[in-house]
Design a protein around this ligand. Structure first.
Ligand SMILES: [Zn+2]
Ligand SMILES: [Zn+2]
Ligand SMILES: [Zn+2]
Ligand SMILES: [Zn+2]
Ligand SMILES: [Zn+2]
Ligand SMILES: [Zn+2]
Ligand SMILES: [Zn+2]
Ligand SMILES: [Zn+2]
Length: 678
């Protein structure tokens, strides 16, 4: 750069004073950038300038700048690029400008080579170092030239930089309930949280350092379900343990809490207390089948709720006492016990009088004495001498007939009439209230299809049949559709000509076994003094609850054979005829496939069923108990047709129950298993 500065022409111009009259003097600004001073241009200089070839006004320094300028000398300054040994030339004038701007040290600048090199590169857009930010910052050429790192620097984009400056490190509460400590949330993490879409007013939930350390020392625990009947477990997570410990004051490990397994909890949450009608049909009250109780029944594999009395009935029953009542048989001095339960029923029925009943001795007499046929010695006519007439004879109020009524009428036309035939060997049924069955909720209630109507019909009947069994004897939800009920209807229709009334008592309880049958025999069978007992526990004894983590057997395999042996042995010792029937077929494999149950269950269930069929057949043969097989009749047209008669994998439906009733009636008649026939 060339400067036109020459202080000499100032004095020269002052010599041309006369022309100055025409041209005023002019103040011109100092040419040094940043300097606000001016210098004085004399009028004659100005004139000369105007007349010269160059019409531009001269550029000059102010006096002050000029003085400074004279004190300076050019310098060679080292290149500011790291590692470069070259220099650049800092001229006096550049130094002057720097001084005017207030700098005395040389600026950072590159040598000529480095400047040349820099001209070849461009500014770079660099990604913001904050995770989640897609913006960039500019890495200038100069910055690139002076950078001596191996890798490019990482920096925030301008937006992030501003955001970060607005943030401060924060202390946030520990997420563990009961902990008073905090964890620190650095501003930079807040920035990234913000970039990830987080709301800074809703900080993340974290553990304090103490809690975090404590958590490392813990392990998840599998603890037993608090429901005693349940075999499952629940998971006590490390975090739950931590909070549990904090709740206990953070001291030594407290005993673990008692909780339900997830399955029990879900059942309990979904279940609701249910008001169930009082078992006494005439009572309008209810009792509460609680959720907890339902859960326990569910765990035991019980599907039907128990049949219980309301609180009022239970209380009333406790206040009643057994009362001896005179036997209804003329001439008998014995009594029968009027049980509290019967008293309660009669009270509920509007305070009716107890029905006349016979004492036990009279009942036993009737059971052991069937009607006899005598021949009139005079005319050869057959005389029917009923069991009841025999009883009246034994009690001294009736004389054994020696002649037929026709022959007797010849001698004694005014003979008094015999006892009314409708009373013929009628039984009074008394089901005991107290017994070991009360200790087992599954059998504490009467068999569901056995009610006071059944008792009344049994008392009137000539032939009493007790069907003793499990789900398959209980048969169907509606009593009217169950096979024992249909069997009774069918036999009464078939035997109408014989003038014999038949009662079939359904002593089946779903979900029970032969072992439980032994306990309830004294209530559900003995009082009926049956002529025939139809028994089956093939399904009940071998039943395994489908689903659930463990195989839940209703009766352990090792106990099953003994249970049915004891029952059959006991039944064989009664006076009744016994008939064993096989259950309807069951299809565990189809059920397992449909419900995705473990193959293990189907295998085990199929095995238990086939074992039960085998050993029960053997036990019956040993005891001379006939067996009738309905399985093959179900499957006579193949499995598909059998399944039309099934309501699920093991229970028959109403159509199946109709078949069983018809087959059973046919079998009883054909095999002469009913007393008083053929
Ligand atoms: Zn100046
Ligand atoms: Zn350089
Ligand atoms: Zn950014
Ligand atoms: Zn904490
Ligand atoms: Zn459980
Ligand atoms: Zn009641
Ligand atoms: Zn009596
Ligand atoms: Zn006669």
């Amino acid at each position: 750069m060339v400067t036109h500065v020459s202080q000499g022409n100032r004095s020269l111009s002052q010599g041309l004073g006369s022309l100055g009259d025409f041209f005023p003097n002019k103040e011109i600004r100092c040419r040094v950038r940043g300097c606000d001073n001016s210098w004085h241009m004399a009028a004659d200089d100005l004139l000369r300038q105007l007349t010269s070839q160059d019409p531009e006004l001269p550029e000059r320094m102010c006096e002050s700048c000029y003085e400074t300028y004279n004190t300076l000398s050019a310098q060679d300054v080292p290149c500011s690029r790291a590692g470069c040994t070259h220099t650049w030339h800092w001229t006096r004038y550049q130094q002057l400008e720097a001084r005017v701007a207030g700098h005395t040290t040389p600026p950072r600048r590159f040598c000529a080579e480095c400047s040349h090199e820099m001209a070849a590169i461009a500014d770079r857009q660099m990604p913001c170092r904050a995770r989640g930010c897609s913006k960039t910052w500019v890495w200038t050429r100069q910055q690139q030239m002076t950078w001596d790192g191996d890798r490019p620097p990482t920096r925030l984009c301008p937006d992030c930089f501003d955001k970060l400056r607005s943030l401060q490190d924060r202390q946030e509460p520990c997420k563990a309930r009961g902990c008073k400590n905090t964890w620190s949330w650095p501003a930079f993490q807040q920035l990234e949280y913000h970039l990830a879409g987080g709301d800074l007013d809703k900080p993340p939930r974290r553990l304090c350092h103490t809690c975090f350390e404590a958590l490392q020392t813990l392990h998840d625990l599998e603890l037993p379900c608090k429901v005693k009947e349940c075999q499952r477990t629940w998971r006590f997570t490390t975090f739950a343990q931590l909070e549990h410990r904090l709740a206990a004051g953070g001291e030594a490990t407290p005993p673990p809490p008692e909780r339900m397994c997830p399955e029990c909890f879900r059942f309990f949450q979904q279940a609701q207390d249910v008001a169930r009608p009082c078992r006494n049909r005439r009572c309008p009250n209810t009792w509460t089948y609680t959720r907890g109780w339902q859960l326990k029944d569910w765990l035991k594999g019980r599907t039907a709720p128990p049949q219980l009395m309301c609180a009022a009935c239970t209380e009333k029953l406790a206040q009643l006492h057994e009362r001896p009542m005179p036997c209804s048989v003329p001439g008998c001095q014995e009594t029968w016990p009027y049980t509290p339960m019967d008293q309660l029923h009669d009270a509920l029925a509007g305070g009716r009088e107890p029905r006349p009943r016979r004492c036990r001795a009279c009942d036993e007499f009737l059971t052991s004495h069937r009607a006899e046929t005598l021949t009139c010695p005079e005319c050869g006519q057959l005389i029917r001498w009923s069991g009841f007439e025999q009883l009246l004879c034994a009690r001294g109020t009736f004389v054994k007939p020696t002649r037929c009524s026709d022959c007797a009428a010849k001698d004694l036309p005014t003979q008094p009439p015999k006892a009314p035939p409708t009373l013929d060997h009628h039984l009074i049924v008394r089901m005991p209230v107290n017994g070991r069955w009360n200790a087992d909720a599954a059998i504490a209630g009467w068999p569901p299809h056995l009610d006071h109507d059944s008792l009344a019909r049994a008392e009137r009947a000539d032939i009493r049949i007790v069907a003793l069994g499990d789900d398959l004897t209980w048969s169907t939800e509606k009593k009217e559709e169950s096979w024992p009920h249909l069997l009774e209807e069918k036999l009464n229709a078939d035997l109408a000509d014989e003038a014999l009334a038949v009662a079939v008592i359904n002593a089946g309880i779903a979900g029970t076994t032969s072992r439980q049958a032994m306990i309830r025999l004294h209530r559900d069978l003995t009082p009926f003094t049956p002529h025939l007992v139809i028994v089956s526990f093939i399904l009940g004894d071998s039943f395994i609850e489908p689903g659930g983590p463990a195989l839940r057997e209703r009766l352990p395999a090792e106990d099953a054979e003994r249970a049915i042996r004891d029952l059959l042995t006991h039944l064989r010792r009664t006076r009744a005829q016994i008939l064993h029937w096989t259950a309807n077929p069951a299809f565990p494999y189809d059920h397992a496939a449909e419900k995705r149950l473990p193959r293990e269950w189907a295998d085990r269930q199929a095995l238990r069923l086939s074992q039960a069929l085998t050993y029960t057949a053997h036990l019956c043969t040993q005891r001379d108990i006939p067996t009738v097989d309905f399985r093959s009749r179900f499957e006579v047209n193949g499995k598909a047709s059998a399944q039309k008669w099934m309501s699920d994998w093991c229970r028959h439906n109403a159509a199946g129950a109709r078949n069983i009733a018809v087959w059973m009636a046919g079998h009883l008649v054909a095999e002469k298993l009913l007393p008083g026939l053929g």
